[in-house]
Design a protein around this ligand. Structure first.
Ligand SMILES: *[C@@H]1O[C@H](CO)[C@@H](O)[C@H](O)[C@H]1NC(C)=O
Length: 373
């Protein structure tokens, strides 16, 4: 090896390290990009603190309109009973909760569970839970310990079960497993390594059979059925796309790209008009773009001597922000609402529209956002 071939990667790594440092302030070429037509309205959102907990990723209301219920980082599902009564414990997914006392302890997630996707069955009031570590589970309207329904498909265990939606007419549940290689706490590694082992499954409640519908998804995330149940959407986080799988009609069984987004989609929720709210974990800035398109850049990034949280900060453009997009039933962008500088909301994971309000979850923050439309 010549001196040059040894020096070259070192010089590049040093250059990247300097750029990384300068991007920490959230300005310059690595800053989160602007989205045309976006409205910076979320700084005026209200906040509901998740007292003693953190990371309310998914937000669900029960059939009588009570809640919301949220799954938090310590493995519990909590229920909000309004300002005066606050939060109560509703359900949990782990039988072994002695150590699950800290609001945020990623190293214990495999013990405590991490409920990500929540959906109520409107007829029975049962709550279905996609838990990142324990697969698909269900708990009755009285709450308590959830019962596992399925933990593998085609002989391959789930490793990062993420979200679901229920087709009550067909009696099936659509759900995602993000990766067969990476767990939830390694989410950034799953993205940077361009892992493509995500799957979309169908669970038939009467036969208890699981069918793999799509595989090879690059970080399979949020799931949402269309209003007429003719298709199901799956967020493909790493490629910044929403995929559509047709369930009925002339294209049944085929997939296409429903939408391409300027950032990394998390959960997808439809409103009563059949439109979809997509929460972006973050927008895709230059650093993320380079990491995902230039293998040499990615390899250097993975070798940088910086901590996971710092790498995450650089990846999202150095400045936490919140971006929600409303898509029509055919995938056009109808609205983009943001907190561009993360003054109030950051790292949002789900947007649930109910009675003229948006309830906004976050996988990392210790509160929900509530925004009046
Ligand atoms: C939520 O928590 C923050 C930080 O602890 C605090 O400043 C704020 O007043 C709380 N908000 C409400 C509505 O309780």
């Amino acid at each position: 090896m010549t001196m040059l071939t040894i020096l070259f990667p070192t010089v590049i790594a040093a250059t990247i390290a300097i750029l990384v440092k300068s991007s920490q302030s959230g300005f310059g070429i690595f800053a989160p990009p602007e989205i045309p037509g976006s409205r910076d309205v979320f700084p005026s959102a209200k906040v509901v603190n998740v007292t003693g907990a953190s990371g309310p990723e998914s937000v669900a209301f029960d059939p009588s309109g009570e809640g919301p219920y949220v799954g938090v980082s310590d493995g519990r599902v909590l229920k909000w009973r309004g300002e005066s009564l606050g939060w109560i414990d509703f359900a949990h997914t782990s039988t072994n909760r002695e150590k699950c006392v800290r609001p945020f302890a990623p190293e214990l997630e495999h013990v405590c569970g991490r409920p990500l996707g929540l959906r109520f069955d409107k007829k029975t009031g049962d709550l279905y839970i996609a838990d990142a570590y324990f697969g698909l589970l269900v708990v009755g309207p009285a709450g308590g310990l959830a019962k596992p329904l399925v933990t593998e498909a085609d002989g391959v265990p789930f490793r990062f079960t993420n979200d679901l939606d229920i087709d009550e007419e067909e009696d099936v549940i659509y759900f995602t497993d993000t990766s067969t290689r990476f767990q939830r706490r390694q989410f950034l590694a799953a993205v940077l390594n361009f892992d493509k082992t995500g799957r979309l499954m169908k669970y038939d409640r009467s036969s208890k059979k699981v069918t793999v519908l799509l595989q090879g998804i690059a970080f399979a995330n949020g799931v949402a059925l269309s209003k007429d149940r003719s298709f199901v959407l799956v967020a493909e986080t790493t490629t910044c796309k929403i995929l559509r799988l047709w369930l009925s009609g002339p294209n049944a069984g085929t997939q296409d790209v429903f939408a391409e987004l300027p950032g990394f989609p998390d959960n997808v929720r439809k409103n009563s008009n059949g439109e979809f709210w997509v929460a972006l974990h973050s927008k895709k800035g230059l650093f993320a773009k380079l990491s995902l398109t230039q293998p040499w850049f990615r390899d250097l990034v993975l070798r940088l001597p910086i901590s996971g949280p710092r790498l995450h900060s650089v990846f999202i453009g150095g400045r936490p922000h919140a971006t929600a997009m409303k898509l029509s039933e055919s995938g056009e962008v109808l609205e983009v609402l943001e907190d561009k500088e993360g003054k109030r909301l950051r790292f949002i994971s789900e947007v649930e529209e109910k009675d003229g309000k948006l309830w906004i979850g976050s996988v990392l923050m210790p509160f929900l956002g509530v925004y009046d439309l």
